[in-house]
Ligand binder design. Structure first.
Ligand code: SF4
Length: 88
């Protein structure tokens, strides 16, 4: 990985369909919270789970982990995969 700050890393957002920096993902959830898809979207780029664990209050991190494991979110991820496949 480059010396680029993690917050400046970019990827295509599956929800917006355009490139966004990681810092946007930290505030794009409900009430400016972290986006619930952050683990799905960034795990291939860097150790996002460790980053969040290190930089978030423990209670907030645990809440995010619980949301990430909910079946509804897994269905959302499957829908995103289907949408990506349609655009190929
Ligand atoms: S974590 Fe959320 S805001 Fe960031 S790229 Fe994924 S879907 Fe988009």
């Amino acid at each position: 990985m480059s010396d680029q700050p993690i917050e400046d890393l970019e990827r295509r957002c599956p929800r917006l369909g355009s490139p966004i920096p990681f810092r946007y993902c930290l505030i794009s959830g409900e009430d400016d919270a972290i986006c619930w898809k952050i683990l799905d979207c960034w795990w291939e780029t860097f150790d996002v789970k460790n980053y969040l664990k290190t930089n978030m209050p423990e209670a907030v991190f645990n809440e995010l982990m619980a949301k990430a494991d909910k079946p509804a979110n897994k269905v959302g991820s499957i829908i995103d995969i289907v949408e990506k496949a349609k655009h190929r």
